[in-house]
Design a protein around this ligand. Sequence first.
Ligand SMILES: [Zn+2]
Length: 131
Amino acid sequence: MAENLCYTSMKKFKSKYGEIQNVSDREYFTNSIHVPVWKEMSPFEKIDIESQLTGYSSAGCITYVELDGGVQNNLEALEEIVNYAMDKDIPYFAINVPNDTCLECGYTDEFNDKCPMCDSENIQQLRRVTG
Ligand SMILES: [Zn+2]
């Protein structure tokens, strides 16, 4: 729902105020305290930035870190990121990790439309772990 609002409000903003650089030159607003999704940075940098802003978000907030598939076998790295977020007082923290399961053969990894093992398109995609 929040994501939808980011598009609609941007449309309305543009029709009223036009396109302003760094304000309305994208298709949608960045909501809440988030670092814009097009910025590439380490999870630690993102936590550093967002942890300074959590106090301004009167309606609550969440910090996400989006990781690529490589981390799923690296529990120490995951733990380090979670601990870092806790140390920085992030009130609500989530990590997105691609984790796809083929419902035909049970293979699990990061794959998007098709199972690399059996070519099935009957797959379940998990992208978020919250806690
Ligand atoms: Zn399969």
